[in-house]
Design a protein around this ligand. Structure first.
Ligand code: ADP
Ligand code: MG
Length: 691
């Protein structure tokens, strides 16, 4: 059955090279009890392991029924062990956490047998060895003798052609020793039993043939007691890889590794949470910026002008002139937003930037801007932090922003702000300039998005418009010899362009239209139109959004590091699982489980832990957001800086949730990859040796 041709085995360790076997050759029949004797360290176990395909020779070849064991793939030799070989070890190598019955059934289960069928065969063995009472006990609680009998049943259930026993009675008392030896001897009547022992008495009594090893060399061989039959290849049993047998092991592993799994769960939850934090910051800060910029009254206003370039003959320079476009052109530009009001720009009577007086004291210049409606009914109601903007638009009240209110140690609400502004009338043919002075009562204070704002005074544009329309200009009237109103100046552009204003003022009346202003601006810019839209918030935002994308980009290293941390946490856990399960894994492989099947047990364990950690991290994250966001808001003034969208993204519901679970699985696979690769490389024989 076996032909060993000049085999040698070399171990390389820190201590140097060591030949455990050298030039060993023999032929073994298909039945009988062949004993291998020799002193401790003479190479007996090594020889047995090589015959049993648990190890490969460094030199020479071993043939089993004509098949070269050294040339078999890992899977095929696992199948061979499962279907043709049985094993007995000095220290039994049972799965101690499993029942005796499961241990005995295991080789058949690995083979893919139905559990009922395996149970029937196992029970038959239990009654044959009169062990029925112990079948349901955990292997770990049995006595040494009982364990070895369970191991013997396990080695027999698959009806092997050869049974390998390495010092099977070394740990047993006399009574159990003879029990096991009698059984082996009986088995030797119909199969090959290879027995390693240094017990001369047993060898003399039971050995049909004795090989003697000394220092790795075959010193003596008593020859075959049986005539070898012609090797016959027995039909290969079909393996189905149902994998159901792994369930019991997985469950037991979970129990055994509960502490480790709990710690992994916690550390992975922390790892995933840090990934979620980064993602939710990227997402949330984008959203809150979007929301915050609406908290500026300037967001709803823009000016529309048209630029002309005039070539100067004989000069490389060009003159550019801004003008108000035709009303029709303006209407066309805002055609898609009928609610946008397009207004003649009367604001030139009020400075856009000026010093101002409160209580007779002059203060540094600030911005002065029109808003469409300082009652702030629609858009800015929630922005009002003090006072109450007038219920109707009147030109005698204004609102100021917090930045301006903060310039004063007292409350500005109810105080009077006086502006004085010189309007030059030289262009209109007048000799003197006109000083236009006006006073406002502060009706309210608004809180705007602070990143974007300087101190500002807002007045009502419609109120200003009706005021100026009724405002005749004596100086110009005199100069032109006609009684002129502001309307005349602005709308009719008296005489020539000199009186035409530069632009239209456009006001949005909804968030959607305010966003629309930006789209229109982008479109005009992209089309290379001569018309252009200016919006103060948009300009600031442009600068801000490049800062934002810089922040987003700098989150990438965070995410990468966090991802790596998760991978390595999972890797460390998987590695410790592998190391802790070294013995169990070697036992399963000696029984013929493929290394990938064994690996998948630990895979599933790691996967389960990290999936639950990721799901837990996701489920807990909204709570975390609710805890952290108020802190961030107190610091930055921005609401919901952290916000993870669990809703529809790119039109796909729960996209983020799915993506994160997928990420968890991917990170887990990356994490367990190398440890499991290492597990596959662990030599079986080494892990099984009975030191
Ligand atoms: P026996 O079973 O006869 O006691 P072994 O076959 O276990 O002997 O070992 C034979 C020799 O090979 C011993 O000297 C042992 O130290 C050495 N050996 C066995 N396994 C290894 C290994 N994995 N690495 C290095 N040396 C080993
Ligand atoms: Mg040994």
């Amino acid at each position: 059955m076996f032909i060993a041709k000049d085999i040698g085995k070399k171990y390389v360790s820190a201590a140097g090279e060591k030949w455990a076997l050298r030039h060993v050759g023999f032929v073994l029949p298909d039945r009988g009890l062949v004993a291998i004797r020799g002193e401790s360290g003479s190479g007996k176990s090594t020889l047995l392991n090589i015959l049993a395909s648990l190890e490969r020779p460094s030199e020479g070849s071993v043939f089993f029924n004509g098949i070269d064991l050294g040339r078999m793939g890992e899977r095929n030799s696992a199948d061979l062990r499962n279907e043709r070989f049985g094993f007995l070890f000095q220290h039994f190598n049972l799965l101690e956490g499993q029942t005796a019955l499961y241990n005995v059934m295991l080789p058949l289960l690995i083979r893919g047998a139905k559990s009922g069928e395996a149970k029937k065969k196992a029970n038959a063995l239990f009654s044959r060895f009169k062990m029925e009472a112990l079948a349901s006990k955990k292997a770990g609680v049995l006595s040494g003798g009982e364990k070895q009998r369970v191991a013997l049943m396990r080695s027999l259930i698959g009806e092997p052609l050869a049974l390998f026993a390495d010092e099977p009675t070394g740990a047993l008392d006399k009574k159990n020793e003879s029990l096991v030896m009698e059984a082996l001897s009986k088995i030797g009547g119909s199969r090959l039993v290879v027995l390693v022992s240094h017990n001369e008495r047993l060898i003399a009594r039971y050995g049909d043939r004795v090989l003697t090893l000394a220092d790795g060399c075959l010193k003596a061989d008593t020859g075959s007691a049986f005539l070898a039959k012609t090797p016959q290849a027995s039909p290969k049993a079909k393996r189905s890889h149902s994998g159901r047998w792994k369930k019991a092991l997985l469950k037991a592993d979970f129990g055994k590794n509960a502490g480790k799994n709990l710690l992994s769960f916690v550390s992975e939850t922390i790892g995933f949470t840090s990934v979620l934090l980064s993602l939710s910051f990227v997402y949330g800060s984008q959203n809150s910026l979007k929301k915050e910029k609406r908290k500026s009254l300037l967001y709803y206003q823009c000016s529309l002008s048209e630029k002309y370039a005039y070539a100067i003959p004989g000069s490389p320079l060009k003159l550019t002139k801004s003008e108000r476009p035709d009303r029709e052109k303006a209407n066309d530009i805002f055609a898609e937003m009928p609610s946008v009001s397009i207004e003649n720009d009367y604001s030139f009577f009020l400075p856009s930037y000026s010093s101002f007086c409160v209580d007779g004291e002059t203060h540094d210049p600030v911005s002065i801007n029109p808003v469409f409606d300082i009652t702030l009914d629609e858009l800015g109601r929630e922005m009002v932090v003090a006072g109450r903007p007038s219920p109707s638009n009147d030109f005698s009240t204004c609102v100021v922003n917090e930045e301006l209110a903060n310039l004063f140690s007292f409350s500005i609400v109810g105080r009077t702000i006086t502006l004085a502004h010189e309007v030059s009338l030289a262009a209109y043919g007048a000799n003197e300039d006109l000083t236009f002075a006006y006073s406002f009562r502060v009706a309210g204070v608004v809180k705007e998005f602070s990143f974007l704002n300087a101190p500002r005074i807002y007045y009502s544009y419609p109120a200003a418009r009706s005021f100026f329309r009724r405002f005749p200009l004596p100086e110009i009237s005199e100069a032109s010899g006609r009684e002129l109103s502001v309307d005349d100046l602005v709308d009719e552009a008296l005489g020539d362009e000199a009186y035409a204003r530069y632009s239209f003022l456009c006001f949005a009346h909804s968030d959607a239209d305010a966003d629309g202003l930006r789209r229109v601006q982008d479109r005009l810019e992209a089309d290379g139109s001569s018309c252009q839209i200016a919006n103060a918030v948009y300009e600031v935002e442009k600068g801000f959004s490049s800062l934002r994308s810089a922040i987003d980009d700098s989150m990438i290293p965070f995410l990468v590091i966090e991802g790596l941390a998760v991978i390595f946490i999972i890797g460390a856990i998987a590695y410790s699982t592998v190391i802790m399960s070294r013995k169990e894994s070697a036992i399963l492989r000696s029984l013929g489980a493929h290394s990938s099947e064994v690996a998948s047990i630990y895979d599933s364990e790691c996967l389960f832990v990290s999936l639950s950690a990721s799901v837990f991290a996701l489920a807990f994250f909204p709570v975390l957001e609710r805890i952290i966001n108020p802190f961030l808001e107190a610091k930055t003034g921005m609401e919901n800086l952290l916000s993870l969208s669990c809703g529809v993204v790119f039109g796909i519901p729960f996209l983020v949730v799915f993506a994160l679970v997928f990420l968890a699985v991917a990170l887990t696979f990356l994490g367990v990859w190398f440890p499991l690769l290492a597990a596959k490389r662990l030599p079986i024989a080494e892990s099984l040796r009975d030191e």
